[in-house]
Design a protein around this ligand. Structure first.
Ligand code: EPZ
Length: 426
């Protein structure tokens, strides 16, 4: 088993280049299958979720070439087959195969997804969308079968809840449906705009992505093209929070500052300096931070994916902060681990109450999910002594490309070491 060993107390300094967005990549890759020709995507991140998707597509017969900073996907040789539950279960975003295969073949048979343990993660809105387009959805022994008796027909679909996954999945399925599909109360995340941009470059006719009403006029054919993925706003936010937490001075390169506004605004409220340039953001920490309240909501609100790293930072803000996650009510498994490091945090319902101003000390902690892992890395970087040992790196590897290399480049004392698990009564 590998562990991270972090010695805290060093302010992060210098520049870090942000990678392509994980939550775009896991949608762009299946979207490329819709084309009747090769699609090249530049700047895809080398992270575990992308690697799993590459394996999934290869198992289905697609030609996939993943080089240093580009991937070519040719779905023409794709065959329709039930996905082996194993690999599909490792990746929640494998559910985008439903929309892509339904859009391509009018049929999809895929195992139910897996992914982070953030409490119940229903897919009822995805299914509601597919059924509205005329498909019949059955779920037997963990395999979802979605079949359209004829060609999918455009429909007006109102999403009860704002859902990134359902919005993208319905968009994928509707690209080649007969007629007009309107998605109302659609999610507005930048990743949705990124997928719509790729699909339109392939010849789709999608308008309104990024707003709460998306109109998709079905087309008959989609062609290969080239696309560059947007930067990862969650990876970027994690480094911004780490820069603030270590009272450092870090410039993030290859970002879209507008996508980071919810994080920048909150950091400024806390007392951090954030300076935007065209495609860079500079974060300068301060000695004293103000306690604040954070409430997560769909974009452009404060992202749920950053409430966990933000919790670590707020342990350094004198006074009481409250973080409320309005999207996932059970996304607090990092709190117990932060407590082991000396944090004073209480979870009540969907809120974490942080009594800040104390010091964190190194400890042995376990990452339970991707962003909980990010929170523990931030906490490890800000300890006033001791070494923090983090296990559960398989979660962190899902979403952070070259984490150790990037942190060491910023001056952090961090090592990733193989540890032989002690067994028996030694
Ligand atoms: C995406 O998940 C992201 N994952 C998540 O990031 C992110 O936390 C989430 O959006 C919210 O921003 C990817 O993009 C791969 P949702 P998704 O559908 O699409 C409920 C990370 O750390 N819901 O927007 O699955 C759902 O339970 C990951 O990178 C339904 O009730 O999220 C949640 O409470 C974690 N029925 C809310 O909607 C449905 O059919 C928002 O979920 C679908 C969702």
């Amino acid at each position: 088993m590998e562990k991270l060993f972090i010695t805290g107390g060093t302010p992060l300094q210098g520049k870090v280049t942000i990678s392509g967005a994980k939550n775009s990549a896991v949608a762009l890759i299946p979207a490329a299958l819709l084309a009747d020709g090769p699609v090249v995507i530049d700047n895809l991140p080398h992270i575990q979720d992308v690697d799993i998707y590459v394996e999934l597509l290869k198992e289905m017969g697609a030609d996939v070439l993943f080089e240093e900073d580009w991937m070519e996907i040719d779905g023409r040789a794709l065959t329709l087959d039930v996905m082996p539950n194993g690999r599909v279960k490792k990746l929640r975003a494998s559910y985008y195969l439903w929309g892509a295969l339904l859009g391509k073949f009018g049929e999809a048979r895929v195992g139910l997804p897996g992914g982070c343990d953030l409490g119940p993660r229903p897919v009822d809105l995805h299914i509601k969308g597919f059924e509205a387009l005329g498909a019949v959805v059955t779920n037997q022994n963990g395999v979802m079968t979605i079949k359209a008796p004829g060609r999918l027909r455009g429909a007006r679909i109102y999403l009860d809840l704002v859902s990134v996954g359902a919005t993208i999945n319905i968009m994928l399925a509707a690209t080649k449906a007969e007629g007009l599909t309107i998605i109302e109360n659609a999610a507005r995340e930048p990743e949705i705009v990124d997928v719509a941009t790729l699909l339109n470059n392939m010849g789709a006719n999608i308008k309104g992505a990024g707003t709460d009403v998306i109109r998709i006029q079905g087309v008959d054919q989609l062609r290969g093209c080239r696309h560059t993925i947007i930067p990862d706003r969650i990876e970027a936010g994690t480094y911004m929070i780490a820069a603030a937490a270590t009272r450092g001075d870090v410039t993030l390169e290859n970002v879209i500052p507008k996508h980071l506004e919810p994080i920048s605004a909150k950091l400024r409220e806390i007392g951090v300096t954030v300076i935007n340039e065209d495609d860079t953001v500079r974060v300068i920490g301060a000695e004293n931070y103000r306690a604040v309240d954070v409430k997560t909501s769909p974009y452009p609100g404060f992202p749920t994916d950053l409430q966990q790293p933000m919790t670590a930072l707020l342990t350094a803000a004198k006074g009481s902060s409250i973080i409320t996650d309005n999207i996932y009510g059970a996304r607090f498994r990092h709190v117990d681990e932060l407590r082991r490091m000396g944090a004073t945090i209480k979870v009540e319902g969907r809120s974490a109450l942080i009594d800040g101003g104390g010091k964190l000390l190194g400890a042995r902690v376990v990452a339970s999910d991707l962003r909980a892992g990010a929170a523990l890395v931030v906490a490890g970087l800000m300890t006033e002594g001791g070494v923090t040992e983090i296990e559960g790196l398989e979660h962190i590897d899902r979403g952070y490309e070259n984490l150790v290399r990037k942190l060491r480049h910023l001056g952090a004392t961090v090592r990733r070491l193989e540890v032989v698990k002690r067994t028996g009564h030694q």
